[in-house]
Design a protein around this ligand. Structure first.
Ligand SMILES: *Cc1c(COP(=O)(O)O)cnc(C)c1O
Length: 467
């Protein structure tokens, strides 16, 4: 067996990767034919690959590297904790300092009386916890028939059987027997694509009222909870109309169902506040957290519960947990990550300085002939690509064809910008500087130009016929 390192030739690494490593959400044979890009190191917002390119990571990894790459303090926190206590569980009436300290810190940062954390190692695990937890909550309150959880089409809540079922990704549901029973879906508040001739405000209200209709259809006595991302991330950074969340809040309050805010992306500064719930003005009973909690340096997530939910669950033995719930190294790194976010006023800067600057620059992309709208909240943004701006028309080609072409142009211009269908999305590290924002926008414009030229060459600038 050869010893591989970052000095091993790229082609050799790619061949071994293709032979033995199955990638998530990937057509493996297709990737094997072209070879994965090998990332070797990173600092700030910059990635290096094995061919010596420096790539601007406008996705912060997978929406998670909020404090940027290469933070020594986080490496030190992990090393310190590994030497002192690398692992211990929290199952059998034991605890440890990192889990205790992080729980206290999260309770302090979280709004209202969201004061209690149940740890997991990922967002998927945390949402699995939430699914069992809300049903257990109602059973403990003597309403065991309150089982239904309502979610939204095109939501992303993770990839395990439970969390993938809570999500509304039809491509995921088509594989492996999802969704499991007891989960119902309403439509998303995606005005640009689905709003037709309505104003965004009318459309936002209409989509929110689908929640009320669904509750009445299932019977309020049978509904446990509604789960949603404050701003949908993986679905394409879909920013709801302003009328949407206040109406959702009114409905969950009126029918007395639990509101789960999936803050896995929105949490820890992404929207310019500590939590997306604050930006959207909502009061969840439970928040799902992961990703930015540790800036991705360690796998950690959790469910943050309000006092009343924690009290009800606390009065039964909740038969649930993970070997790595409250892992001491992950907790120590998360704690240090939160210290950096606070001490360097990173969240405030996103809200008052770099976020507004990114918004101003990002919105100039709507001048590009390919871009129908640019939406951005804090540091998560999206572009709708269209062959006809005035009609808000989708392309005639299969959804994702054009987005993929644009993404490939970005990739070759050393900019990581993802596509979801024919929407381009960004979610850069929160520490991105104004100069780096300028570079991001220049590279995005250049990539859009190249994609536009290619689409014209290939006859792809065609609108789909109106439905
Ligand atoms: C990424 C994500 C998850 C799943 O988190 P994992 O750590 O990948 O399991 C859940 N919810 C949202 C909103 C996410 O973006």
């Amino acid at each position: 067996m050869t010893t591989l390192s970052t000095n091993t030739p790229t082609a050799e690494l790619q061949a071994i990767d293709a032979a033995h490593h199955m990638h998530p959400f990937t057509h493996s044979a297709g990737l094997a034919a072209k070879g994965a890009r090998i990332i070797t190191r990173a600092d700030g917002v910059w990635l290096n690959d094995s061919d010596g390119n420096r790539i601007l990571d406008a996705m912060a990894g997978l929406w998670c590297v909020n404090v940027g790459y290469g933070r020594n303090e986080l490496a030190e926190a992990a090393a310190r904790q590994m030497r002192e206590l690398p692992y211990y569980n929290t199952f059998f009436q034991t605890s440890h300092v990192p889990a205790i300290a992080l729980a206290e810190r999260i309770a302090k940062l979280a709004p209202g009386d969201l004061n209690h954390i149940f740890y997991a190692s990922s967002g998927s695990e945390a949402n699995d916890t939430n699914l069992r937890l809300v049903r257990t909550y109602w059973a403990e309150k003597g309403q065991p028939q309150k089982q239904w959880v309502i979610s939204r089409w095109n939501a992303y809540h993770g990839s395990s059987v439970g969390s993938g079922s809570l999500g509304g990704m039809k491509g995921m549901h088509a594989q492996g027997g999802m969704p499991i029973p007891g989960i119902a879906f309403i439509d998303q508040p995606h005005w640009w694509a689905e709003g037709g001739d309505k104003t965004p405000e009318e459309f936002g209200l209409e989509r929110a009222r689908q929640l009320e209709e669904k509750i009445l259809e299932l019977g309020p006595e049978n509904v446990a909870a509604f789960i949603a991302e404050p701003v949908q991330g993986a679905g394409g950074v879909i920013v709801p109309p302003e009328t949407y969340w206040p109406e959702i809040q009114r409905i969950v309050d009126h029918y007395g169902i639990l509101l789960i805010a999936d803050e896995v992306i929105c949490g820890f500064g992404r929207t310019g506040n500590w939590f997306g719930s604050q930006t959207m003005g909502i009061k969840p009973h439970i928040m799902t957290i992961a990703k930015g909690l540790s800036s991705g340096y360690q796998p950690i997530g959790g469910s943050v519960l309000c006092d009343e939910v924690a009290e009800v669950i606390g009065n039964c033995e909740f038969n649930h947990g993970y070997t790595y719930s409250g892992h001491p190294v992950a907790c120590a790194v998360a704690l240090e990550n939160l210290r950096i976010l606070e001490d360097e006023s990173i969240v405030d800067r996103v809200r008052t300085e770099t976020g507004p600057y990114l918004k101003e620059r990002f919105e100039t992309l709507t001048d590009h002939p390919l871009v129908g709208e640019a939406k951005i909240v804090g540091m998560m943004g999206s572009l709708a690509l269209t062959p006809d701006k005035a009609a808000r028309a989708p392309f005639a080609s299969d959804a994702g064809t054009v987005g993929f072409i644009c993404r490939e142009r970005c990739f070759s211009n050393n900019l990581i910008m993802r596509h979801v269908g024919d929407r381009m999305i960004i979610s850069p590290p929160l520490v991105i500087s104004k100069d780096e924002i300028d570079t991001l926008i220049e590279r995005a414009w250049q990539s859009l130009d190249e994609a536009h030229a290619k689409l014209k060459d290939e006859g792809l600038m065609q609108a789909a016929p109106r439905a």
